[in-house]
Design a binder for this molecule. Structure first.
Ligand code: FES
Length: 80
């Protein structure tokens, strides 16, 4: 039995200096288009690029001191 429902709208939260938390169902695939099973209702997707279990976060972002821009700065860039 799945831990989530497919008709539930996903919510994505960008964690400061960390992964993207996805709550709800999304279709995850490999670069070749093969489906990746989403076993949990919430998954953490790596955005630092160093996880050993990509596309998922394994916490390595802390060891490499991954830093993201503050939301205000990123929003400013989209307004330019
Ligand atoms: S964001 Fe956590 S390992 Fe990349």
């Amino acid at each position: 039995m799945s831990a989530h429902t497919r008709d539930e709208a996903p919510v994505i939260v960008a964690c400061p200096d960390g992964p993207l938390l996805v709550r709800g169902h999304i279709d995850l695939t490999t670069p070749d288009g093969e489906p990746i099973e989403q076993r949990r209702r919430t998954v953490a997707l790596c955005r630092c690029g160093v996880s050993s279990i990509k596309p998922f976060c394994d916490g390595t972002h802390k060891a490499v001191h991954f830093r993201t821009e503050p939301v205000e700065t990123a929003q400013h860039r989209t307004d330019e």
